[in-house]
Write a protein that binds this ligand. Structure first.
Ligand SMILES: Cc1ncc(COP(=O)(O)O)c(C=O)c1O
Length: 357
């Protein structure tokens, strides 16, 4: 019998490749939470941590930037997009966008917005692809495409270059639309591109950003970051209405301060990216493995022969990406170790050699 009051209920040595969300909390973030504990602070965001977070966000994203901490990434996307659009507005996004595939239609049901989706080869929109759905302004029969949402890094692990985001922003603004960036993995993108966070956000013309945290070592917590105040309306009200207003906000803000007020965001994301690069190198020569996307962040996408994924999953969890083609996603986190990668690659090699059952 284990004593559950003093012993963890799980194997703390186990690490899989399903998602960076499977990782725990970075120890420096846990310490920051502990430092923010004790005594009383004004609830609902009028605490000193949330005030200090504004300074951190302005240092990262420029003087106009304003952060609205929320609980999760879906909430950040819903609140941010809802603040950018009228009731009749529509959002152009890729078919692989998290807002389309993995938020149970919350942007549609909660925010009340229409999503206009465009297929992409690599998760990245371009001005030409945006134009597939960006039309029909003034036509009362069509939901009005007034915002474009891109994800950085994309759901396929690819990264937009600074120039690609800037070209999209120019294109979008020239048509009277605004640009939202789902930055759930924004740190992985900056680490991969070797640029500051503001290079492909504020400086490239993004209007509103969903700033990630959880996937890069927070317990929980993200933020809507407004980069262009003229592009939004009513965020404080929408955040409450959308059930994203934390009463004990100091603990969300303290985590975001620790991540973005130090180099922790970059250290953790660089490490996760490096582990994905190591994984790619380790599996790319294996017979039967076809890599399907570039590895520009912390995820590797590959097609493996039938049966291999299921057998491998008995030791390491990971997700099918496209069951029809056998495509899988292997994702690394801030705490993935080189030994994890080597063990996984060796297990994959063994499964590939094993005779089909
Ligand atoms: C691209 C992207 N955006 C947003 C999210 C946020 O999701 P959650 O609401 O689970 O925090 C995720 C999580 O997987 C994601 O991958």
């Amino acid at each position: 019998m284990t004593d559950s009051s003093t012993q963890p209920l799980h194997d703390t040595g186990y690490r899989g490749f399903a998602s960076d969300n499977y990782a725990g909390v970075h120890p420096e973030v846990l310490e920051a939470i502990a430092r923010a504990n004790g005594g009383h602070q004004i609830a609902y965001g009028e605490d000193v941590y949330t005030a200090e977070l504004q300074n951190v966000i302005r240092r990262q994203f420029g003087d106009e930037a304003e952060a609205f901490p929320v609980f999760n990434g879906t909430g950040a996307n819903v609140v941010g997009l809802q603040s950018m659009l009228p009731r009749w507005g529509a959002v152009v996004c890729s078919t692989t966008a998290h807002i389309h595939t993995d938020e149970n239609a919350a942007p549609e049901r909660v925010a009340g917005l229409k999503l206009l989706t465009v297929p992409t080869p690599d998760g990245k929109l371009t001005p030409e692809l945006i134009d597939v759905e960006a039309w029909g302004w003034g036509d009362e029969h069509r939901a009005q495409p007034l915002t474009v949402s891109i994800t950085q890094t994309t759901e396929l692990g690819t990264a937009y270059s600074v120039e690609e985001v800037a070209a999209i922003a120019d294109h979008v603004h020239a048509r009277g639309m605004t640009l939202h960036l789902d930055g759930s993995r924004i740190s992985n993108a900056a680490a991969s591109l070797g640029v500051p966070l503001r290079a492909f956000t504020t400086d490239a013309g993004v209007d509103v950003l969903s700033l990630g945290g959880t996937k890069n070592g927070l317990l929980y917590g993200e933020a809507v970051v407004v980069l262009n105040r003229a592009a939004v309306d009513g965020i404080p009200f929408l955040r409450k209405l959308d059930m994203q207003l934390a009463s004990k906000m100091r603990f969300v803000s303290a985590q975001l301060i620790e991540l973005y007020g130090t180099d922790l965001w970059l250290r953790s994301a660089s490490h996760a990216n490096a582990m994905a690069a190591r994984l790619r190198a380790a599996v790319s020569g294996l017979p039967g493995v076809t890599l399907t996307q570039e590895t520009q962040s912390n995820a590797v996408f590959a097609i493996v022969p039938p049966g291999v994924a299921d057998r491998l999953r008995q030791s390491f969890r990971f997700y099918d990406w496209n069951p029809a083609t056998g495509e899988v996603r292997w994702m690394c986190a801030f705490d993935t170790t080189p030994a994890d990668i080597d063990a996984f690659a060796a297990a994959l090699a063994r499964e590939l050699e094993a005779p089909a059952a």
